[in-house]
Design a protein. Structure first.
Length: 586
């Protein structure tokens, strides 16, 4: 292994030709400062995944400040994930060839500069461009993290390091909207939404300084050329697959999005064929050696990871929408509800090592079983509480789900990498990270369609629960029957229009008309105020809560199915003895 204690070399580093250590016998010498190295690289993991979700809570603030449309701001969220996912596999291979430390530092520098550009954006177009750059540099940096862990930790320390890696992924996924809402509410120096990007700058600069001084340089033992053809094909395939998933629903699934979605798998299949031929050619340099997939733990573990990540982010998206729009929680209050989940992810990840030593791969089965139980608990809580839901009612079920998540995200990476040699660490890391991002995109696209249809479909039943009380209140206010029916009809139109639009926070014209007509009724002021209270203060929020509660319960069927499938896939994993998993991969 070539080692550098200063800035990266001016030419590609010498190949990492050190023999793989026999971790089971603890023969590898410990790397000096390895735990500080872990902190440095995990700061990148946390920042990058945080920026995938942190912008969600800033959508209203960005719209108001930049005069952007809802579609513009949705693009701000989407293009980061798209650029990030398209760069991961190529980024991982670039680290194998030109040095993981070098690519990490370049990625961190670019990500930090792009964060400054995002924070300083004066238009939606400039912000979208900055987010594309942020995503590309994230994709360059992210796969180096797992590669650096692979060549830095050995023996019993490796699963501990991978557990921290998994915990960082889980916590960043959950805490993005929480920290985003907190930063916006703090409004540091009047920065409003811009602080969610500026917060990356001091962390990035610190990671750059420490990384240049402390990271060890390493690269693959062989294959010193980049497979440009493979890189172009896989980038095109991922672009065709992910772009329609992240923007299709906002544009009503136009023909071009469906065509791209259909073409994506064929282009990726072409990539697999090209890489198979290159792997068989001793003089070629494949982007992703197909020999990786000969390891059953790698292939099945990737499937588990793909399915798992379709469930977690999509769950939190619908939870935050339900709490913030349905139950009128602030971003900070909604985030506080999820802190118990985040806390149990941390605890579950920290203790996963102990569980793995006793249960081996069955740890994943336990984790997914707890997730299914937690999701079931959320459904029962919503059914029991109805429109009287308080956020803390969900805490017990979320704690069970958080513990299960910790027992999956922490050991799954080690299981996937079991048997993968360090020379292929970059390729393997890029494939793992890409699989996770594809899972996130698929999950959010599916849940977005499902949840929107449920919101629209449940509008009638939700109205039926509040209209009897509304009619009673209108009659008690002294409103004549014909006027009462007119008000109820206007309320129905408003509610149904609101539930059938893409931006659930927008106020449709029919609702503005209802409020205007309620204020202009030719009635005494006290009666007019009673009518307004009955419609806008009591009936509308009650119907909205009823609708979101019903719809969220229905959407959770997706999570139950996803985590049940994860449980079944665990049964297909090689039943490795706990003692073998504990030391980590080769």
């Amino acid at each position: 292994m070539s080692v550098s204690t200063g800035p990266g070399p001016t030419r590609p580093p010498a190949p990492d030709t050190a023999p793989a250590p026999d971790a089971a016998q603890g023969q590898a010498p410990p790397v000096p400062g390895r735990w500080l190295i872990l902190v440095i690289v995990l700061s990148a993991v946390f920042m990058q995944l945080l920026d995938t979700t942190i912008t969600i809570v800033a959508i209203p603030s960005i719209q108001a400040d930049l005069g952007a449309s809802f579609a513009d701001v949705q693009l701000v969220v989407a293009v980061y994930a798209l650029a990030f996912a398209c760069m991961l596999i190529t980024g991982g291979r670039l680290g194998d060839i030109y040095g993981r430390k070098r690519m990490f530092l370049i990625g961190m520098l670019g990500f930090t500069c792009a964060s400054v550009m995002c924070g300083a954006a004066t238009s939606a177009d400039f912000l979208v461009l900055s987010r594309v750059l942020q995503g590309l540099f994230s994709g360059l940096m992210f796969p180096q993290v797992l590669s650096i862990i692979q060549v830095t930790f050995f023996g019993r320390e490796k699963p501990k390091a991978l557990a921290f890696y998994g915990a960082s992924i889980g916590l960043a996924t959950v805490l993005g909207p929480v920290l985003g809402g907190w930063l916006i509410e703090l409004d540091i120096a009047g920065s409003d939404w811009r602080s969610i990007f500026y917060v990356n700058v001091p962390i990035g600069l610190l990671a750059l300084g420490l990384g240049a001084a402390r990271l060890r340089e390493s690269s693959a033992e062989t294959r010193t050329r980049l497979d440009v053809t493979g890189a172009l094909i896989v980038t095109a395939g991922l672009f065709l697959l992910i772009l329609p998933l992240v923007v299709g629903r906002e544009h009503d699934w136009p023909a071009w999005s469906l065509a791209m979605l259909a073409a994506g798998p064929f282009v990726l299949a072409w990539f697999a064929w090209v890489e198979r031929r290159r792997t068989a050619d001793p003089d070629a340099s494949p982007l992703v050696p197909v020999t990786l997939f000969k390891e059953r733990s790698f292939t099945v573990g990737l499937l588990i990871s793909l399915v798992f990540f379709t469930g977690i982010p999509s769950f939190f998206m619908t939870l935050f929408i339900t709490l913030q729009i349905g139950f009128a929680y602030s971003a900070v209050s909604a985030g506080a509800v999820t802190l118990a989940f985040a806390l149990l992810i941390a605890i579950g990840s920290a203790r996963s090592n102990v569980v793995v030593r006793k249960l081996g791969t069955w740890t994943l089965a336990l984790g997914t079983a707890l997730l299914v139980t937690g999701m079931g608990g959320v459904i029962l809580t919503l059914h029991w509480a109805g429109t009287d839901l308080r956020g803390w009612y969900l805490v017990p079920a979320l704690m069970v789900g958080g513990a299960g998540t910790g027992l999956v995200v922490a050991p799954i990476t080690g299981i996937i990498l079991e048997g993968i040699r360090s020379g292929d660490a970059g390729s393997a890391s890029g494939v793992i990270a890409t699989t996770q991002q594809v899972g996130i995109a698929v999950g959010i696209a599916v849940i977005g369609i499902l949840f929107a249809n449920l919101i629209a479909g449940n509008a009638g039943d939700s109205l039926a629960t509040v209209e009897p009380r509304l009619r009673q209140d209108l009659a008690a206010a002294g409103l004549p029957p014909e006027r009462s029916e007119q008000v109820v009809a206007g309320f129905e139109t408003c509610f149904e229009d609101r539930t059938n639009q893409k931006d659930l926070t927008a106020v449709p014209p029919s609702c503005e008309r209802v409020e205007r007509e309620a204020e202009q009724l030719p009635l005494p002021p006290e009666v007019t105020e009673q009518v307004r209270t009955a419609v806008l203060v009591e009936a509308a929020p009650e119907a909205r809560k009823e609708n979101f509660s019903r719809s969220f319960q229905g959407a959770l069927g997706w999570q139950l199915g996803v985590f049940t499938l994860c449980f079944l896939l665990v049964l297909a994993l090689p039943k490795v003895k706990p003692a073998r998993i504990t030391p980590g991969g080769a």
